[in-house]
Design a protein around this ligand. Structure first.
Ligand SMILES: *Cc1c(COP(=O)(O)O)cnc(C)c1O
Length: 427
């Protein structure tokens, strides 16, 4: 079905009508939904491209994209067409049967990465759980390690399930949820000496390092890019010792950095890697991918009811095809340069406020000076008031992760609005 047919057919509304729902009540919401999120007082109702509108009808430029998730922005015709077509045909069946679209999506991912095999699930945490299970099974059945340990980094983020909060090297996510999962040890990020010492120490004990799980660029932990020499040395160590290198590509994969995968920025290939956020462009889907040599899963080892259902695969395939058709990687590289140049301009204009600007492609961070009173949340709130959505990455870093379709005009507009927000918060 063509997009024109969809537009002409009133039974398939393409977008919610541009009338706003002023009946939304924050109190009623808070009475019934668990307070797990510190939400900004904002309820969004519809979107188009890089713009969203709230229930009051106010317009915002969206540099959050559902936290690096809405790859194609909002209401992209290709995504609308793909999911509309698929839900009318067949949306869910179970992995009891073959799902042709899952095979097509896996093929695309394999052709555009170093992976040989793919397992589909629904989220980043679940994709990392799959990677952890795969690495543990490999350790037991191939490496003959009795107490396999997975090394992860301080300030990392790998999800909110019990195994993935344990993998996450940030105590604030673990507090009150113990006992945590055994089999994880932490090392400082980008510090090769500490890593080598930890491997040596563990090898001398009953436990042995089976895998190293890292982000190519730490997203939640403050938009910290991995160091090329560090990752290249890790790759050598892993290959020498038979340790699996697992990369969590949940936030940086799927074109976010201007390459399909974050590891391409580091000139290495992982043995196992995961994807989720950007993969379905906002429709929930995750993937655990690996090289053939460590694909040790057999029927019955791992499963997911929703994983890779036809609906989610149709969405992800349309995201993949649109990335290529619209040449979005080039856009990500150019808009990323433009954004960092603008942010660096602001950094030199406000040297008492801004310490550093860093990032790859369209995942960028602006770190505030440690000695300023201003927090990332202050800036984000001021930006919302001016009509720009941003997201903190820790107390001092503001993260910029717009849709990958963002235009040069929208980047300029975002920078102008950000400057207004900065002017509003500086003492
Ligand atoms: C968001 C994120 C996760 C968790 O993904 P969910 O879909 O929320 O489970 C895991 N790892 C990284 C690097 C992330 O950014």
């Amino acid at each position: 079905m063509s997009i024109e047919t969809l537009i002409e057919n009133p039974s398939i509304p393409l977008k919610s009508a541009p009338v706003h729902n002023s009946e939304f009540s924050q109190d009623r919401f808070d009475d019934s939904v668990m307070a797990t999120y510190g939400r900004f007082p904002l309820a969004l109702e519809r979107g188009e491209g890089c713009r969203v509108w709230d229930t009051q009808g106010r317009e915002y430029l969206d540099f959050v994209a559902g936290i690096a998730t809405c790859t194609l922005g909002h209401a992209h015709p290709a995504l609308i067409e793909a999911v509309t077509r698929q839900i009318k045909k067949l949306h869910h069946v179970s992995n009891l049967y073959y799902i042709p679209l899952q095979g097509e999506l896996a093929k695309w991912l394999i052709e555009h990465s170093c992976a040989d095999r793919v397992f589909f699930c629904n989220s980043g945490a679940e994709a990392n759980e799959g990677a952890i299970k795969l690495a543990r099974k490999y350790a037991h059945t191939v490496l003959n390690i009795k107490n396999p340990v997975i090394l992860t980094a301080h300030a990392s983020f790998h999800g909110r399930t019990l195994a993935t909060i344990t993998a996450t090297g940030q105590p604030k996510y673990q507090q009150n949820f113990d006992p945590l999962m055994p089999g994880f040890e932490y090392v400082p990020y980008n510090d090769i000496q500490a890593l080598e010492e930890t491997i040596t120490r563990l090898d001398a004990q009953e436990s042995q390092v089976a895998a190293i799980l890292l982000e190519a660029l730490q997203g939640e932990g403050g938009v910290r890019p991995g160091n090329v020499e560090y990752f290249q040395r890790i790759r050598e160590i892993c290959t020498e010792k038979g340790i699996l290198l697992i990369l969590d590509e949940v936030q940086v994969g799927m074109g976010r950095t201007g390459h399909f995968w974050g590891y391409e920025n580091l000139g290495i290939e992982p043995d196992i890697f995961t994807s989720a956020k950007g993969l379905g462009g906002g429709i929930p889907i995750g993937a655990t991918m690996c090289k053939q040599f460590c694909d040790v899963f057999k029927p019955g080892d791992h499963a997911s009811t929703f994983g890779g259902n036809p609906f989610a695969c149709a969405a992800a395939l349309s995201v993949c095809q649109t990335l290529e058709r619209e040449n979005l990687l080039a856009n990500v590289q150019q808009r990323g340069e433009q954004l960092r140049t603008g942010l660096r301009g602001l950094a030199s204009k406000y040297p008492d406020l801004i310490a550093e600007v860093r990032g790859w492609g369209l995942i960028n961070g602006m770190e505030l000076k440690a000695d300023t009173q201003v927090t990332s949340t202050d800036i984000v709130k001021a930006a919302i008031a001016e009509g720009l959505l941003l997201v903190p990455a820790g107390p001092k870093v503001i993260r910029f992760v717009p849709p990958l379709i963002v235009s040069a005009e929208e980047i300029d507009k975002g920078l102008q609005v950000l400057e207004k927000a900065i002017a509003a918060v500086i003492p």
